[in-house]
Design a binder for this molecule. Structure first.
Ligand code: FAD
Ligand code: NAP
Length: 593
């Protein structure tokens, strides 16, 4: 389940190593590649070229793709219904969105396990956000997760609402909380010239919004010091080379974070010295500019350290919307709305709900405490507070995996617990679970740990764990449970690059292959014929993926300036593609005339 790097690399190794094996990838989006399409920055096309490797995997005759089919998420955790994971603004955006999305086909874990007897690999990534825990974090439309912003500029069909929520032509100051590479991506996209962005596969609507952007100052804020920033040198250097952009670091902030433990961390880490050198150069340039030695720039990115978010500064104001009349909006949307005035063009202005407008965010100064590698940010006793003006705040503090219905989940770490990619299942099997004795017993107390984890996740219902050798029969005979595996961010948590998926996928694939060798039963009948969601007319197969791909690429070639592709961002269009192909034919015809 899931067609990001983790899913595709696992498929690749399974197909390569076992010539009889068939792999189906089931993906909730109509198109494949996960964060390679909807995460990786549009101005990094060289990273996206990994898609070619994945497309070769898909060309294998033992591979099939089922797009637009979603594995059922846990309702409470996924925020369907009573929601705590999505912000109110996000929910409102969803409620009001006028999309024509065909419903995604839903598949359950029970269906998968019943029909894919050889095994099910979960590669669903991290589809939610960590939160800051600030008051009004969820009530202010201009406070967004970086994930929402990234999905929006990358043309993710479910995130077009972001454009309605943030009007970049009214924003001058942006604060980004967090100092990972995602934060750097966001800072770069917000400050790079629209001329350069126009040559990328950035979503059309995002390009239009960025062309009108009045953003002048972006602050990328870390709660810890320079030595603990998690962005990498390549990404920081790229920022410093942006045309019309200055990058600033304050000398005092840099120095305050360099505790003895920080010095040791820099000395011990690979590349730590080089990135510190770059930060020192930026700091020197910042001081020179302050003394009038350097040129001014249109936009400034400040890298700030040792600041912990305290309060979002906002004020409540009515949000008014204009809707065409007649429209039975009160009934249709189940809202208590007040008509304020009528306009002559057949529209009515309604006060829908009160909105909080954002003025800025206050930050408390911190200091580092703790030993090398474990330093924490502690708010200083005198609670020095600095207010950062902002009309837009992006929270870039990490993605978070979603609990899938019927799948064990560690609610603290937000991952599926596993041993070398094998998920210990207890939910459906009343019998003791057979596990790999050798692997678990290698570590002292491995069995006990697994038992504890299961008990933490499942409580009293957790099964007894016994080594496989103590079981009377072999895996394939004794257990009626289809083996379940996990890979990628759902297995490791939301960090690491595409390259880290390689080692990870090899480990999970090795577990699958070992179980297959031991005789895990293959499916007798074609699962796709037995699961209704896989037979729906709105399922996208690999042939349609290729049609969409060549359509997008051809639209890109025809653009001026040429672009790698023009992304379709409407599920209806991707499922049908008729409208898109009609337009293509029309354009071809008019070009010929
Ligand atoms: P994902 O890529 O997220 O894939 C998960 C897939 O599962 C998705 O296709 C999703 O739609 C699908 N899915 C989710 N839930 C379900 C469900 N219920 N049913 C069916 N399908 C489901 N790494 C680099 O090396 N270079 C970069 O430049 C880079 N840029 C990045 C930029 C951003 C903004 C982010 C967030 C990450 C970036 N990374 C980059 C890291 C890289 O993208 C990840 O390491 C990698 O994508 C993780 O792979 P994955 O397969 O676990 O998850
Ligand atoms: P990340 O690297 O883990 O960074 C998260 C940042 O959020 C850290 O600075 C962290 O600070 C901060 N943070 C977490 N909780 C916080 C809180 N409560 N308050 C304040 N700050 C908080 O995650 P990411 O940027 O989302 O990136 C995810 C992964 O994708 C990374 O491995 C990254 O390298 C990869 N990626 C790679 C590229 C690329 O190769 N070009 C591009 C994008 C992403 P602390 O350290 O203090 O916790």
């Amino acid at each position: 389940m899931g067609s990001g790097p983790a899913g595709f690399y696992t498929a690749k190794y399974l197909l390569e190593k076992q010539p009889d094996l068939h792999v189906d990838i089931i993906e909730k989006m109509p198109v494949p590649y996960g964060l390679v399409r909807y995460g990786v920055a549009p101005d990094h096309p060289e990273v996206k070229s990994v898609q070619e490797t994945f497309a070769k995997v898909a060309d294998n005759s033992r591979f099939r793709f089922f797009g637009n089919v979603e594995l059922e998420a846990d309702q409470q955790e996924a925020g369907i219904g009573g929601d705590w994971t999505k912000s109110r603004a996000e929910q409102a955006a969803e409620e009001f969105s006028q999309t024509s999305l065909p419903k995604t086909n839903v598949i359950t874990i029970e269906e998968l396990k019943k029909h894919y007897r050889g095994g099910v690999v979960l590669a669903c990534g991290a589809e939610n956000d960590r939160k800051l825990g600030l008051q009004h974090e969820d009530d202010i439309g201009k406070v967004l997760s970086a994930r929402s912003f990234v999905n929006w500029y990358n043309g993710h069909p479910d995130f077009k609402w972001v454009g309605d929520q943030i009007d970049l032509s009214k924003v001058e100051d942006v604060v980004i909380i967090g100092q990972g590479n995602v934060a750097i991506d966001c800072a770069r996209i917000l400050t790079k010239s629209a001329v350069e962005l126009a040559e990328t596969d950035l979503a059309d609507y995002a390009l239009e919004a960025l062309k009108k952007s009045t953003v002048k100052r972006v602050q990328v804020v870390g709660r810890r010091g320079a030595a603990q920033a998690s962005f990498t040198i390549k990404e920081l250097r790229e920022l410093t080379r942006l045309e019309g952009v200055t990058v600033s670091i304050d000398a005092n902030e840099l120095a305050q974070g360099m505790t003895a433990a920080s010095e040791e961390e820099v000395a011990c880490s690979r590349g730590g010295g080089r990135i510190m050198e770059l930060m020192k150069t930026v700091t020197q340039e910042t001081s020179d500019r302050a003394e009038g030695a350097g040129p001014g720039a249109e936009r400034d990115i400040k890298i700030r350290f040792l600041l912990q978010p305290q309060d979002l500064l906002s004020e409540e104001q009515p949000l008014q919307v204009e809707v065409p009349v007649p429209l039975d909006i009160g009934t249709k949307l189940d809202l208590d709305v007040t008509p304020l005035e009528s306009s002559s063009v057949g529209a009515k202005v309604f006060e829908l709900k009160r909105e909080r407008s954002l003025r800025g965010i206050s930050m408390a100064r911190t200091a580092l405490t703790g030993a090398k590698g474990q330093q924490k940010a502690m708010v200083l006793k005198d609670r020095q507070v600095e207010v950062l003006p902002a009309q837009l705040v992006l929270k870039s503090v990490g993605y978070k995996s979603v609990r899938l219905k019927g799948v064990p989940f560690d609610s603290t770490l937000h991952v599926v617990p596993h041993t070398k990619g094998r998920v210990a299942q207890a939910d459906v099997d009343p019998e003791p679970v057979a596990v790999e004795e050798g692997e678990l017993l290698k570590k002292d107390g491995g069995m006990r740990q697994l038992s504890q984890t299961l008990r933490g996740v499942l409580g009293e219902e957790a099964p007894a764990i016994v080594p496989a050798s103590e079981e009377k029969k072999g895996v394939e005979e004794e257990s009626s449970v289809t083996p379940l595996y996990v890979v990628g961010w759902l297995k490791r948590g939301p960090s690491g690059t595409i390259a880290s998926s390689v080692t990870d996928a090899k480990e999970t694939a090795a577990s699958v292959l070992a179980d297959v060798a031991k005789g895990a039963r293959p499916s007798k009948a074609d699962p796709a014929q037995r699961i209704p969601a896989l037979r729906a007319s709105t399922v996208i197969d690999w042939q349609r993926v290729k049609q969409i791909d060549s359509y997008e690429v051809s639209m890109g070639e025809r653009s001026s300036p040429p672009r790698p592709r023009v992304k379709l961002s409407d599920v209806g269009e991707m499922v049908g593609l008729k409208k898109a192909l009609r337009e293509k034919a029309q354009a071809k015809k008019s070009k010929a005339n």
